[in-house]
Each structure stands twice: as C-alpha cells, then as structure tokens.
Write a new protein. Structure first.
Length: 207
C-alpha cells in the first residue's frame, strides 16, 4: 500500500477549471495510474484544507505516476510513501487521533424490505452513524472525543445522469483500537459508502 499527497494549484484557475465536482476528482485519481490489462484497483482519496492550501490525499495499492498526479497540482508537490509499514505498527489498545470524511446515509425500509438510501442531514444522526459503526471497524470512541468539523453537500456528476448532491460529514477526534485486524482493513479499504468519490479514507496519528 502507498499513501500519496499533492497540493492543488488553487491559484491557477485555468489549470483547475475542470475540478467542479466529485466525478472530476475521481477521474483525476484514476488517470494518475498506469493500469495493467485495464484492471482498476481501489483507491481511497479525500481533499484536505491546511491553512490556505488544499491537498489531495490518496491511498492505493500501486504507486501513482507523480507527474500525472500533478495534472491539477503544484509542480513538484506530489509525494508518495509506503503505507504498509505504518499500518503494521497499529496494535490493540493504541489511542490515535483521526480524521475521516464520510457519506452518512441509511437504508429506508419499503414494504418490509431494505429500500433506497437516504442521507443523514442532522449533526446528531451523522454522529450516531459514525459511532454505531466503530466496533465493527475495530475501534471504539468516546462520544465527547468525536467532533464534526465540517458538514454539507458535494456535487457529483456522472456521464449520462443528472447531477446529484452527496451528503458529507468530516470527523476528527480520538479513538482506541480494539481489533487491530479489522482496523487495519479499515485503513486499507475505507469506511462507509462512496469510497471512489472522496469518502471513507481515515488517517491516524499516535497520541
């Protein structure tokens, strides 16, 4: 596994004019890899704002081509590091600070069957959505140590379909690892829905 980062060239509007929706970012990520035999491997990515800069963060099974990753980025800003060694250090009982962008949704029952998915739009239910999924992903949290730092909607366009608004909630806080195997899978494979479109990538740092 690899973790990569590139700074978006936000002051070059001509360069980033195509980045108006999640689908455009998804295409950028996919085009940053020289895939073999037309096979696409799962990538997790998200956008982070740090001070006045904006970054694309990416976790992938293969190394991206850094020149391709800089298509909309600042020249020379793309970097890649091995991620497996970092993940392997995760152990039960560790307290970690985390950041996670989620797509909080729930299935509505229709005629006694699992029906369509609806977004959680209140902070209360978005937080519950996250906490309810903690244990099955190998960690536990104290409700008082979890914060929603950003809420809203993102636009997603796909070819041949109408644009849709996708609900978004960004969480930060402290967690404790209780099942290291499940938690490592979370770091590698992501959390929740819409993973191809900028959701589900959790990053952690030791306390």
């Amino acid at each position: 596994m690899y973790i990569s980062r590139v700074e978006l060239d936000i002051y070059n509007r001509q360069k980033i004019r195509d980045l108006t929706h999640l689908g455009a970012y998804h295409n950028w990520v996919e085009q940053s890899f020289k895939e073999e035999s037309g096979v696409r491997n799962r990538k997790l990515w998200r956008l982070d704002k740090i001070n006045d800069k904006k970054y694309l963060l990416l976790v992938s099974g293969e190394k991206p081509d850094l020149k391709l990753l800089e298509k909309y980025g600042v020249t020379g800003s793309a970097v890649t590091k091995e991620y497996d060694a970092y993940i392997s250090k995760v152990k039960n009982g560790m307290k970690l600070r985390f950041r996670l962008v989620t797509n909080p949704v729930h299935a509505v029952m229709e005629d006694g069957k699992r029906g369509s998915e609806k977004p959680h739009i209140t902070a209360e239910f978005q937080k519950k959505f996250f906490i309810d999924r903690a244990i099955k992903n190998g960690f536990e949290v104290n409700e008082n140590e979890v914060n929603i730092v950003e809420r809203g909607f993102e636009l997603l366009r796909k070819s041949g379909t109408k644009p849709i608004k996708v609900v978004k909630a960004t969480f930060e806080g402290v967690l404790t690892v209780v099942d290291e195997d499940k938690f490592k899978l979370l770091l590698e494979n992501g959390f929740g829905k819409k993973k191809a479109y900028g959701f589900g990538l959790m990053t952690v740092i030791p306390m």
